[in-house]
Ligand binder design. Structure first.
Ligand code: DQA
Length: 152
């Protein structure tokens, strides 16, 4: 990367109920709030010299719209789709439609939990998935996505 390289921009999407992080089932999701996660990602982005834009929504259509709007605005998507991971063909189709490199992350290890969390509709359209490392899942996911965008 040179000083004149265009700045990579990454859209970070958080799905339903993640606005309650910090107070929501802390034994599973930890004590960090969503603001703490976004702050950590902004710091990480600074050291990686990329730009991040963070959005949380409890509404599937808002997340679909944000993925569509990412075209031409962002080079990649980092997504924790929350429970929509396990239900949303619409999010699967939106990611496939825009064809932007996407990394799926989860705070908890979804494969260690209830069987209904073992299937992801996002995984087949993601370049990879990181699950089970708490806030580090996001940090690792951002690093992996940026490395991929720099050297696909
Ligand atoms: C989650 C795991 C999902 O199964 C759950 O519905 C969430 C959070 C995680 O980050 O561990 O809301 O995506």
């Amino acid at each position: 990367m040179t000083e004149s390289s265009p700045l990579i921009s990454v859209l970070i999407l958080h799905g339903p109920n993640l606005n309650l992080l910090g107070q929501r089932e802390p034994g599973i999701y930890g004590r960090a709030s969503l603001a703490d996660i976004d702050h950590t990602l902004e710091q990480e982005a600074k050291s990686l010299r990329v730009k991040v834009s963070c959005l949380q929504s409890n509404h599937e259509g808002v997340l679909v719209d944000a993925i569509h709007a990412a075209l031409g605005q962002h080079e990649g998507v980092l997504i924790n789709a929350g429970a929509y991971t396990h239900t949303s063909i619409a999010l699967h189709d939106a990611i496939a439609a825009v064809n932007l490199p996407t990394v799926e992350v989860h705070l908890s290890n979804i494969y260690k939990r209830e069987a209904f969390r073992h299937h992801s509709f996002i995984a087949p359209v993601a370049i990879g998935q990181i699950s089970g490392f708490g806030i580090d899942s996001y940090r690792l996911g951002l690093n992996a996505l940026v490395n991929y965008l720099r050297e696909p």
